[in-house]
Design a protein around this ligand. Structure first.
Ligand code: FE
Ligand code: FE
Ligand code: ZN
Length: 278
């Protein structure tokens, strides 16, 4: 069965998200670990976390994806900003252990003029400072659109980060379809070649999750504006090829399209219909 879900608001707690996902026809979901602007997180309610885990098990959910606040910057030129990213992510990983064995996705960061090489070094230093041998969470680097000074716009940059991390078995990659298309990878006309390139540079064994988004802008535009499935420059046919590609079809897919809940339910139904997964 296709593993698919969408981004949900965490404001009503874990169990509420699980129930919401079920209502939408999803069998997984993504959520922000805290306010996306990165403010203080409320305490985890262990009973709420346990209730979600039980629901997820009963309904055969795929792995859940927590998303770090997108305002964190692990490779800012400002030390205070890097320090804030480190303490926030460290706290998030601690909290993630209430939901053991799931994924934590983050944006590598923007080097703010320091250059990608310095950015990559700072990101690996941060990861080496916070990853713990005993953690059960896998941390995912998200492929980025290359807006401004974003790091992670090429497979080579992601590989360089992974290579610098000591506990590399705790790391993986989340491929965002809008972002890679924006970064200049032609997943519409050359999906096989893009995935072969990913395999050559990073290794497909590192690919753990897909953010499934159409894009408002043409390939290579470095804009990062998501569009509804089938209504953007990637288009429905390419989306259907992506969810059914042998290298991808068993992965969990998370929608981050500009939708309300009804819109997400429609996209999930559409993609389930188009899926060849039994
Ligand atoms: Fe993201
Ligand atoms: Fe994304
Ligand atoms: Zn995006």
């Amino acid at each position: 069965m296709l593993k698919i879900g969408c981004h949900l608001s965490a404001s009503k707690g874990f169990l509420a998200m699980g129930k919401e996902a079920l209502k939408l026809g999803a069998n997984t979901f993504q959520f922000f670990t805290r306010n996306p602007r990165g403010s203080r997180a409320k305490e985890v309610d262990p009973q709420d976390a346990a209730a979600l885990l039980q629901l997820a098990q009963e309904h055969n959910f795929a792995v859940l994806l927590a998303h770090a606040p997108y305002t964190l910057n692990a490779c800012s030129a400002e030390e205070r900003t890097r320090e804030f990213a480190r303490t926030t992510m460290e706290d998030d990983l601690h909290r993630m252990e209430y939901l053991p064995g799931n994924y934590y996705n983050f944006h590598p960061g923007s080097h703010t003029g320091q250059g990608a090489e310095t950015g990559i070094r700072q990101i690996t230093e941060l990861l080496n400072a916070i990853l713990k041998p005993e953690q059960t969470t896998t941390v995912l680097l998200e492929t980025m659109a290359g807006k401004g000074t974003e790091v992670g716009r090429t497979f080579e940059e992601l590989k360089a980060i992974l290579d610098g991390v000591t506990l590399s078995e705790k790391m993986g990659v989340c491929l965002d379809t809008c972002h890679v298309f924006d970064a200049g990878y032609d997943i519409v006309n050359h999906l096989d070649e893009v995935l072969a390139e990913f395999d050559r540079v990073i290794g497909l064994n590192r690919l753990r999750a897909v953010h499934l988004n159409d894009s408002m802008n043409p390939m290579g535009s470095h804009k990062d504006r998501h569009q509804k499935i089938g209504q953007g420059t990637i288009g429905l046919e390419a989306m259907v090829r992506i969810i059914n590609h042998p290298a991808l079809c068993a992965l969990p897919f998370y929608l981050e399209t500009p939708n309300d809940l009804a819109g997400y339910a429609q996209e999930i139904a559409l993609l389930r219909e188009a899926s060849q997964q039994l």
